[in-house]
Design a protein around this ligand. Structure first.
Ligand code: FES
Length: 119
């Protein structure tokens, strides 16, 4: 059994791109990157709070359609201005063709601080 909450079926995701799912009243972007990796982010740009799930997915990042900030799908870090604050990134598991998200952890923040420690 997964620890997470069910987000969607794997085959609801585009080959490369994102969909919005609502879990317990909050919006999350479930994303498939070019290499088939699945990611879960809070679906709200940290600049002006529009849905990131409507943006383009490229090079393991998602672009905010409003002003063009891109966010790293693994760490949530903004890669381009105007956004300067990371979005939360949650651990994902796939079981039996279903995508589950552990909403209790911000794995993006954990990855970012681990990378900072490694220098
Ligand atoms: S709202 Fe996303 S970059 Fe401005």
């Amino acid at each position: 059994m997964s620890d997470g909450k069910r987000a969607c079926a794997l085959d609801e995701l585009p080959d490369v791109g994102a969909i919005q799912v609502i879990i317990d009243g909050d919006a999350y972007a479930i994303v498939r990157d070019e290499e088939g990796g699945i990611h879960a982010l809070e679906d709200r740009c940290t600049h002006a709070e529009v849905a990131l799930s409507e943006g383009e997915v490229e090079d393991c990042s998602i672009e905010c359609w409003l002003h063009g900030s891109r966010f790293d799908l693994k760490t949530g870090a903004p890669l381009e201005l105007p956004a300067v604050t990371p979005v939360r990134v949650y651990p994902v598991s796939v079981e039996g063709g279903e995508v589950f998200v552990d909403l209790t952890r911000d794995v993006g923040g954990e990855r970012a601080s681990a990378a900072a420690k490694e220098g």
